[in-house]
Design a binder for this molecule. Structure first.
Ligand SMILES: *Cc1c(COP(=O)(O)O)cnc(C)c1O
Length: 436
């Protein structure tokens, strides 16, 4: 079978050429540009369930799921109906709405880790606000983050560890003043000793530690629970707030996110992605006491013209209701495990150096047998293999996010038959990857 000719991407290619006239790199978010894989990005025109269709009418089983939000798959009927109904009454009022109360109540009634929540419009905005809140509460300014965790495009968090003896970060993007980057200390994951040393030295200046408790933006760097517990204890010890950035793990590894999964109480939690049911929503939450610092109750200013937009709230509400169905997360994790194991078995039988990492419905393909827990353990050369895999999968109608540093997501809409079909295609593609 000549797979090269099986899919045609000419309409996507044409649209991409046109898009380059309008948008930097032809996109409105950089990783969409397919720079680390080959060919033009897909221009997608519709999705239903676990599949979407591009402008050339190719269909794909989608494991990117809009980078995480679509835990119910594309175009879930309840979300669609809820949005359509809400839109008939208007799209935005700039006032509180009953819908906001409904989703607020539903989330807080089912989450032991936060008492109050504030809605914003993106994950980045949630993180930015959480940092300000931590600084406002503690009166301190510095932040510890971990190499390999992504927290949106917040100035002071687009930072990597300084070289040599430098403790404070250096920015990874142009346009960030050195003075902002200096507010951030970047540490390796999974290393309690360095953490303790840093806190001993700088604890008096550190407002908060921010971590993705399930680091899923630079591969899936699953940490031992003991490291997360250690973070918790050290934060208490040094008067530092612990922020769990759960923009990806929130409502994904369980309704209560990673806080619930590991049963660890952070001080502030950020949400995004799933919480909006496919619409632009972010949020941050904490105890009554900490949230009491947020304006208008307290002195930490934070606002948003379209915050808790009713259309977005109605999408989020419809989504969150589904997540509360009995056994929702157990079923999702079970079918993901079956899917991942079937690929792993194939690779093991053939002797391929592949390790499929999984937690709940998140997975990551690694081209090594080693367990990867820190960012610098990822071999950049393995990305050549991912590139071939990605290409072969597109030819066969399976869509992964266009970078080997990205994780995949299984949704409620991926049925057993879809996952069997996808697993078979992934195994075939692995054969091509390792034939070369
Ligand atoms: C996606 C993500 C963000 C940024 O959210 P946006 O909605 O893209 O601004 C922040 N933190 C984590 C952990 C994320 O996964």
């Amino acid at each position: 079978m000549n797979l090269e000719n099986r899919i045609e991407r000419s309409k996507s290619a044409e649209l991409f050429e046109e898009a380059k006239k309008y948008f930097p790199g032809g996109v409105n978010s950089p990783v969409r540009a397919f720079k680390s894989v080959s060919g033009p990005p897909l221009f997608v025109k519709r999705g239903y369930g676990c599949r979407f269709t591009d402008e050339d009418d190719n269909k794909y089983i989608d494991f990117c799921c809009s980078w995480g939000p679509l835990i119910l798959g594309h175009n879930h009927p309840n979300i669609r109906e809820s949005v359509l109904k809400t839109v008939t009454y208007g799209t935005s009022f700039g006032t509180p709405t009953r819908l906001g109360n409904e989703i607020g109540q539903l989330i807080l009634d089912n989450n032991r880790f936060i008492d109050k929540i504030r809605f914003v419009s993106s994950g980045t905005e949630a993180v930015m606000s959480a940092l300000r809140l931590a600084r406002g509460v503690t009166g301190k300014s510095k932040v510890i983050k971990f190499d390999g965790c992504y927290h949106g495009h917040v100035d002071s968090l687009l930072v990597k560890a300084g070289s040599g003896l430098a403790t404070f970060g250096v920015s990874t993007s142009a346009g960030i003043p050195a003075s902002f980057a200096k507010e951030t200390i970047v540490l390796p994951l999974n290393n309690p000793e360095i953490l303790e040393e840093t806190l001993q030295k700088h604890g008096d200046d550190i407002a908060c530690i921010i971590i993705e408790p399930v680091p899923a933006n630079n591969g899936l760097l699953l940490q031992d629970k003991s490291f997360l517990e250690c973070l918790r204890l050290k934060c208490y010890k040094y008067g530092v707030l612990l922020i769990f950035d759960e923009v990806i793990s929130g409502f994904r590894v369980g309704f209560e996110g990673a806080a619930g999964y590991y049963n660890i109480q952070p001080d502030i939690i950020t949400y995004g992605k799933i919480i909006g049911g496919g619409m632009p929503v972010g949020a941050y939450g904490a105890s009554h006491e900490i949230m009491g610092h947020v304006s208008p109750d307290g002195p930490v200013y934070q606002a948003g013209t379209l915050s808790a937009n009713p259309v977005a709230m109605s999408a989020g509400l419809a989504a969150v209701k589904e997540l509360l169905q009995p056994d929702f997360y157990e079923n999702l994790a079970q079918k993901t495990t079956k899917f991942i194991q079937s690929i792993q078995q194939h690779c093991d039988q053939k002797g391929y150096d592949v390790n499929m990492v999984q937690i709940g419905s998140i997975f990551w393909v690694t081209f090594t047998k080693d367990r990867i827990m820190e960012a610098d353990q990822i071999d950049p050369k393995s990305m050549d293999k991912f590139k071939v895999l990605h290409h072969e999968l597109l030819q066969r109608g399976v869509y992964l996010g266009p970078s080997g540093y990205e994780v995949g997501f299984v949704s409620h809409a991926h049925q057993a038959a879809d996952l069997e079909e996808a697993a078979q295609k992934i195994c075939e593609s692995m054969d091509v990857v390792f034939a070369g």
